[in-house]
Design a protein around this ligand. Structure first.
Ligand code: OKP
Ligand code: MG
Ligand code: ZN
Length: 348
């Protein structure tokens, strides 16, 4: 297999995640993270004949539980049924958290458990969320298996996204951390070092937290300054890892209006760090919400910039899995995401 026929893994089961609500600005809006996002990207994969499109294999919960806590996985599986059984009229939305000075113990009541297992309120849960989250992890794990079996790079067209999910927290539209699950799968198959580079506009807080005290998985994220952008409570540049992991987390933050010419200097810094680390595999948490017209973000990347970005990642020379993260609102997310792959392939 060459690099000129990149495979895409995609599951139609993503449609099962079809919540009607996102809490935003004090009202419930139609979610930004909606099914048409990945259908737009898939259509572009096909119209550009990027390469074969495969459905995922079933990996079960084993590789998911290598990253996520069993009680969290159990909570997600039964959350919607528990919510309905409690007689709630709408979709499941957390509304209470363990604030400073309160006790971080898990309550029995579904409202209490929703708060215990989340860090934000914009991510509603309804029927099918669990199934779609499982399918999304299977998409990533299928891409991981293909790369472990010799593919140079594979595009995991995941939905829902994953990089905000911690070992036992959902939020930011994420439930299972697909990039972290992918990296851990490489580790469990004997890869000594794995790097995760998060290019989504938002900080990959879940990914950072999962590997924060480890030196075997290098985590790097470029993102909007958390003082001004979600997730607000993690992602600052003084977060460099702890214990064994000291020096193995790197955050590069940018202000509103950042264009590719500035952002790409951070990409260069990230690439140099990854090259020094010499991972056996690379996972790119790919968001295209860095685009100038993204409705919820504030960088100014243009469509052609995604070709350059893909080319730079290819130059690193490591076996690579791309997991799809954010990118909203506009038809251009198809062009932009696939431009990364075509830049990588050197086709355009
Ligand atoms: C998910 B991913 C907007 C607040 C932001 C959550 C953003 C989640 C982004 N009013 N809400 O990283 O693209
Ligand atoms: Mg990022
Ligand atoms: Zn994002």
């Amino acid at each position: 297999p060459g690099i000129r026929d990149m495979k895409t893994v995609f599951s139609p089961l993503h449609h099962l995640r079809s919540v009607k609500t996102e809490l935003d600005g004090g009202i419930l809006i139609e979610p930004h993270e909606k099914p048409s996002r990945v259908e737009t990207i898939l259509a572009r994969v096909k119209s550009q004949t990027l390469g074969e499109v495969l459905e995922p294999e079933e990996f079960g919960l084993g590789p998911v539980k290598r990253v996520h806590k069993p009680d969290y996985v159990e909570f997600l599986e039964h959350c919607w049924a528990d919510w309905v059984a409690a007689g709630k009229p709408g979709e499941a939305i957390p509304a209470v958290w363990c604030g400073r000075g309160m006790r971080a113990r898990m309550p029995k009541d579904i409202d209490g458990r929703l708060g215990y297992y989340s860090f934000a309120a914009e991510t509603s849960i309804s029927d099918g969320t669990w199934e779609a989250a499982c399918a999304s992890a299977n998409v990533a794990l299928t891409a991981q298996k293909l790369v472990a079996n010799g593919e140079r790079a594979v595009f995991a067209l995941c939905r829902p996204p994953g990089h905000h999910a911690h070992a036992d927290l959902f939020g930011g539209y994420c439930f299972f951390n697909n990039a972290a699950i992918t990296a851990q799968a490489f580790r469990d198959q004997g890869y000594q070092r794995v790097a995760i580079l998060d290019l989504d506009f938002h900080h990959g807080n879940g990914t950072q937290a999962i590997f924060y005290d480890r030196s075997d998985v290098l985590t790097i994220s470029l993102h909007g300054d958390p003082d001004l952008a979600f997730p607000h409570f993690l992602g600052f540049e003084d977060e460099t890892g702890e214990g064994e992991g000291e020096g193995y987390n790197l955050n590069i933050v940018y202000p509103p209006g950042t264009p590719y010419g500035v952002w790409s200097q951070g990409l260069e810094t990230a690439c140099e760090r990854i090259a020094a680390f010499q991972p056996g595999a690379l996972v790119i948490a790919l968001g295209v919400d860095t685009f100038e017209d993204d409705p919820i973000s504030f960088f100014k990347l243009k469509s052609a910039d995604y070709l350059s970005l893909g080319k730079r990642i290819e130059q690193l020379g490591f076996p690579t899995v791309f997991t799809m993260e954010g990118g909203y609102g506009v038809d251009a997310i198809g062009v932009n995401a696939v431009n990364v792959m075509q830049g990588f392939e050197g086709k355009k």
